[in-house]
Design a protein around this ligand. Structure first.
Ligand SMILES: [Zn+2]
Ligand SMILES: [Zn+2]
Ligand SMILES: [Zn+2]
Length: 317
């Protein structure tokens, strides 16, 4: 039976059309193709291909573990400069201002997030936190969003494991929706959601303080929400080891149950500058289906696997 479900965080509606029970195997894909290590700008030895490094963690031998460099394909204006809208009525525009970073997660060219040694996953989270804190102090920014595209079908252009951190002076609509919901409702939406979902049919696993959930109104099959029980507006000050473990758990389940699917991950935290309520969290979305004309034309996504069924499959994974 088909039904409409409203996502508690954003207030957006999604269609659940799980008429045919689809097993996870229905979404498996052929083996992946990586770019060659020798030509890879993120591999050790090719550091000169990525200049103006903004962060580096290394060991005593001078070998780096994690690097953050600017994305050379993003050309963003100074957020402290002119971001005023131009034009009138029909043709309005404004400069895209902020920072676009690439986080090179490992010296290893071919490793999935779930297969990073736990210590390396923790370093990656620490690098995100350190950069997040530095960006947070820069005036003019409205959002800092760490995210990760894995495999080409998710938008990744290189096989070498990497994430990105985008900081923009423009508040993007999805985060604006969520922030508006947090501001409009009494108490904390995130804390209430964690309490309401605990021990329920959509809990995939619990890792320390983190609930790993199949969201009630998942917009697509096998979507995951990592929801910290501890209330904080952003991940800058959380225990990096605990969040890294939750991320690895979620990625590992997707790998095992869906045969290493292309996956997008993004972290939502409080818009800047703001003192309003927000409860940070991470979304993971395996890219298993393509949006069709109805989804594009209506803005109403259709999900073909019930979140309760997805949770059951991922619990076992
Ligand atoms: Zn590489
Ligand atoms: Zn909260
Ligand atoms: Zn969110």
């Amino acid at each position: 039976m088909s039904e409409l479900r409203q996502d508690p965080l954003s207030g957006r509606w999604f269609v659940l059309a799980a008429e045919r029970a689809r097993r996870p195997e229905a979404f498996h894909r052929p083996a992946r193709q990586w770019t060659a290590a020798g030509d890879c700008p993120f591999c050790p030895g090719n550091e000169t291909m990525t200049t103006n490094e903004v962060l580096r963690y290394e060991d005593g031998d001078g070998n780096w573990h994690v690097r953050i460099v600017p994305n050379k394909y993003a050309d963003m204006a100074d957020p402290a400069g002119d971001t005023v809208e131009r034009g009138e009525r029909l043709f309005r525009s404004k400069p895209s201002a902020g920072f676009a970073d690439v986080l090179i997660e490992s010296r290893q060219h071919d490793v999935t997030f779930a297969n990073h040694p736990p210590r390396q996953a923790t370093r990656i989270v620490q690098a995100i936190q350190e950069r997040y804190q530095a960006l947070r102090d820069i005036p003019g920014l409205a959002v800092i969003m760490p995210f990760r595209n894995y495999l080409q079908e998710s938008g990744a252009s290189l096989g070498h494991p990497h994430g990105q951190i985008l900081a923009s002076s423009h508040l993007p609509p999805v985060l604006e929706l969520e922030a508006t919901r947090f501001a409009a409702l009494e108490g904390c939406l995130g804390c209430d959601l964690a309490a309401a979902e605990a021990d329920g049919p959509r809990v995939i696993s619990e890792v320390g303080d983190y609930l790993i959930l199949a969201p009630y109104a998942s917009r697509s099959a096998f979507e995951i929400l990592i929801l910290p029980r501890r209330c904080a507006p952003d991940p800058a000050g959380v225990d990096p080891e605990a969040f890294a473990a939750a991320l690895q758990d979620a990625y590992g389940r997707l790998n095992r149950v869906l045969a290493d699917p292309p996956t997008n991950m993004w972290i939502h935290s409080r818009p800047l500058p703001s003192a309003s309520r927000f409860h940070w969290h991470a979304h993971l979305m395996p890219r298993l289906t393509v949006e069709g004309a109805w989804e594009l034309g209506s803005g109403l996504a259709v999900n073909v696997v019930a979140p309760e069924q997805a949770a059951a499959a991922l619990q076992a994974g």
